[in-house]
Design a protein around this ligand. Structure first.
Ligand code: SF4
Length: 382
């Protein structure tokens, strides 16, 4: 908590959808819901100063929509985001800009697309920013820039290069140095190392962790890879996103022991990138293509869902399920489903039961971990 006892970040009941392509298959199917594709559905959580939340989500789970809304780059349809007690959602562009030094977004390749324009040379990218946000406690702008460049493992030889002359790892290091110049309190890192080879990835993760600890920066670290999220989140928390909903939230150190939700268990069992689910999850663009193909045959919704499911297109099918009806979005693939699952939408609540010898038994009160929540009717009191 901050001095005023206000969480650093408070996310309340976020809902986001995107317009379905006009005349496309989703548009036809979702006519009753305003022809929009659901991306997020009722996401809530809080984060305190210096805390790390690792977010595991496959392609199509809504993770990047969530990251962009938290970073103030998109507006939700419903719900609120508070940063240090101030509501970001509903702020105008200039107000968001005034917050942006403290709340940084670090996407997969933050510096991609920058050209050889002299203003994009590494020295300019660094020193112009340092001039705008002068170092605290004096010192020259150049010294501040150089200190951070060295801190992220680059030296002055890089100053005269352009981002497109750097490797993926070097670009992410430079992006991190630029973010740090602004003295952020929260960095939202969306698949920040996915493009990097294994060695570079590991050293970048270690660097971010170390700098986060030293400067007490809170992180939301987003990835499709459970092991990577577990590694980065350390003593923090992990949340699992599926079909725009949080399925489970638990202490990171316990993720492999305590995981309870059938979707989380499926992810961890296979635990391999890019997707442990059959066929891989679809991104929305691929979902359109699939649905247009089915649309040509004018198949009813039920047939479409089962076809998508049989093809292993879990994300697209789950999106449809979440958009069209109540019930658990993981119902179609769940090995633990029962008769209530298609009727009742599970809430994210404290886990109060465990599976033992084929039975769902109440946990003894002393074993109930208040920070372990799941959205599964088998394991909660709902
Ligand atoms: S609510 Fe039912 S379908 Fe959903 S994860 Fe739990 S058991 Fe499976």
């Amino acid at each position: 908590m901050t001095e005023q006892n206000v969480p650093l970040l408070q996310v309340e009941n976020l809902t986001k959808s995107y317009p379905a392509e006009e005349g496309g298959f989703f548009a036809g199917l979702l006519g009753g819901s305003g022809e929009r594709i659901p991306a997020l559905n009722g996401i809530s959580f809080t984060l305190n100063e210096g805390e790390t939340l690792g977010l595991i989500g496959e392609s199509g789970s809504g993770k990047s929509a969530l990251a962009r809304i938290i970073a103030g780059q998109e507006k939700p349809d419903k719900g609120k985001v508070f940063f240090r007690g101030k509501q970001i959602t509903g702020m105008g562009d200039s107000e968001i800009k005034s917050l942006s030094p403290h709340l940084r977004y670090l996407p997969e390749d933050a510096l991609t697309g920058l050209t050889n324009d002299p203003k994009n040379r590494v020295d300019r990218l660094l020193f112009d920013l340092a001039e705008k946000y002068p170092p605290q406690g004096g010192g020259s702008v150049r010294d501040a820039g150089m200190r951070l460049l060295k801190r992220v493992g680059l030296n002055e030889d890089y100053l005269t290069r352009f981002p497109n002359q750097l490797s993926g790892g070097e670009r992410q290091r430079l992006a991190l140095a630029r973010a740090l110049l602004l003295r952020p309190r929260l960095i939202v890192a969306d698949e920040p190392v996915s493009n990097l080879d294994l060695t570079t990835r590991t050293s970048m993760l270690n660097l971010m962790k170390q700098i986060g600890r030293e400067a007490k920066i809170a992180f939301i670290f987003i990835s499709h890879d459970p092991s990577m999220v577990r590694f980065f989140a350390g003593e923090g928390r992990i949340a699992i996103l599926f079909a725009g909903r949080l399925m489970e939230e638990l202490p990171a150190r316990e993720v492999f022991n305590l995981a309870t939700h059938p979707y989380t268990k499926t992810l961890l069992e296979v635990n391999s990138a890019p997707s442990p689910l059959p066929g891989g999850a679809l991104d929305p663009e691929m979902a359109f293509t699939e649905m247009e193909r089915v649309d040509a045959n004018a198949l009813p919704l039920e047939t479409l869902e089962s076809e998508l499911s049989a093809d292993g297109n879990i994300a697209a099918s789950a999106q449809l399920a979440a958009a069209n009806r109540q019930g658990c979005p993981f119902f179609r693939w769940c090995p633990e489903r029962f008769e209530r699952c298609p009727e009742v939408t599970p809430q994210l609540l404290t886990v109060t039961k465990r599976l033992e010898a084929g039975q769902y038994l109440p946990l003894p009160p002393e074993e109930i971990e208040p920070t372990h929540r799941a959205a599964c009717l088998r394991y909660i009191d709902q």
